[in-house]
Design a protein around this ligand. Sequence first.
Ligand SMILES: [Fe+2]
Length: 259
Amino acid sequence: MNERVTTITMDIVESIRDVLRKHDVTFSEYRAGIMHLARTQGDGEIPLLVDVFFNSTIVEIENRARKGSKAAIQGPYFVPDVPHVNGELAIEASAKDLPKMVMRGKITDQDGKPVAGAVIDVWHSTPQGTYSGIEKHGDLDKKYYRGKISTDANGRYECKSILPVAYQIPNKGPTGMLLEEYMGGHSWRPAHIHYWVQADGKRDLISQAYFEGGEHIEDDCCNGGGTDFMVPEKYEGDVRVMEVDFVLDEAVASLEAAE
Ligand SMILES: [Fe+2]
């Protein structure tokens, strides 16, 4: 028996019972709810459904313990083992003329000291609002629109790419049906860049940066907008500048050792 599992499960059950009572839920509504969950399970969408509503809450809880930059949702499209890139992400030939951006910034520790040799995995959408290296998205070579970049001796990084776009999360199944058809909402996320920052002795940071003024910034279907990084609209020539500085926490293990 696991006491924490018991406690949390019973709190969930009690919360749901309260909702059923509050809304006088009928037996046929209850059955309809169960059937929708069964359909969601049958289509393999339970992780998607749960992430849509609760992933951002788990991040919020994690962030309570962070002193530096705050984390954001990781999303389902991270791909490990992508190549290191030197100053520019790979861009498909058909996308070479699309609007450009430059991602740059510096990484420091809690004392403001630069973190040299940090590795940042960055990934963002294709011009079609999909991700490379994802089978369901057509399996575009994973070298495109993602890569690892490193900070220099001053903790700085810089990398060019094209601008990502706003995109819809998978909306053809039961989760999309719930969000769009039943609840009258939508399944759009604002354009964003994903980051996973790793450095020796530092706590990993998974975050996202958003484009201030962009579509769906105010009504992200995944409630993922809670971020330190709403980057103001700034251009150098026709290149959008995405300046994002990260402040890393010490690794959790070393914090525990210090206690
Ligand atoms: Fe994303």
